[in-house]
Design a protein around this ligand. Sequence first.
Ligand code: PLP
Length: 392
Amino acid sequence: MAQFSLPEPQPDPLLQLIAQYRADTRSDKIDLGVGVYRDKHGNTPVMEAVKTAESNLHGQQQSKSYLGLTGDLEFVETLGNLILPNSSATVLGAQTPGGSGALRLAAELYHTAHPNGTLWVGLPTWPNHLPLTESTGLKTATYAYFDQATQRVQFDSMLQAVQSAKAGDAILLHGCCHNPTGADLSLDQWLTLATTIANRNIIPIIDIAYHGLGKGLDQDLAATRLIVESCEQTLIAASCSKNFGMYRDRTGAVYMAAHDSKTAQRAQAMFGLIARKIYSMPPDHGAAVVRLVLQDSVLKNLWLDELSTMVQRVNSLRAEMANQSPHLNFVATQFGMFSLLPLTPAQVDALINTHSIYLAGDGRINVAGCQPEQISRFVDALNEVGYQGTEK
Ligand SMILES: Cc1ncc(COP(=O)(O)O)c(C=O)c1O
């Protein structure tokens, strides 16, 4: 009889951490590990704008028949206008299962167009970036994006990577709120990068998953808009998981922003054909809800207000951490939910096991997982495990 012979599956370390946190019975435990937004009650709530749109949708929806390979194109266009209003490029895309689905389609499309191209990825990065893109068969190369010891972006190394890339290679960029470091380029650096990428004929693939959670929606999207205006063709993978709090609804879109409209049209059709070979069509609910929020000025303003409450909370937690420890000064200069503390694996273990403070093994913390009243315990625990902050 034929036997399945499967290798032992490697468990995902972050999912293991979540399970370990849940099983911990200590009442003062702190969860800085999970990658979702938490409010002042420690919850990841459904946003009011989303709830209202969901109830409107429930009343309005007449059919659940198939929509097509590219999903809800009104959603795609509405979200595209939010991300790239008044763009001089033609921006066309497809609805996808979350930002992950969008990244996969972007990588597939790039690989189809440039079978010998290399995708350049700065490290450290979101752990799923390499598996998601490499599973298309695409070649990848890495460069150092960030120095954890000094908490500085290694912009020279990034530019060097772009200089050494071949024309037609691609580079994966975090549009804002870099995960896991929280360290973004300055606008001047983005300008230099955009010009260099355009001059070298490199194709930017921008991952935007946290827009609205750093400095505010428009500021967070400024780099993406700049790159699109500078480069002939830009691929964008957009997630609605974080800024709409719709993690499990798998809502996102992939775009080709191209200065020749034929390329954008072909890319849109290709996205559908690629999706056909993977999951066929994206799930509808989340996209329909986001479309209803963005198309109704009252709901859109409510959503923007809720988003600004979220960003204020994250940024005030960052300020308070820096205020309570000089070793956390850099946390207040970074954006989005994450920072990557210069901790050794032994220090991370001690924080988890001795102090019931959960964080990823590489030292990544989710700032939003902390409550203001927990910061002093966090700072004390850091001191106790011998955390020294940054090198000068
Ligand atoms: C940097 C980055 N990109 C993309 C995603 C994808 O998010 P999702 O597929 O849940 O929309 C995430 C989620 O954690 C992320 O951190």
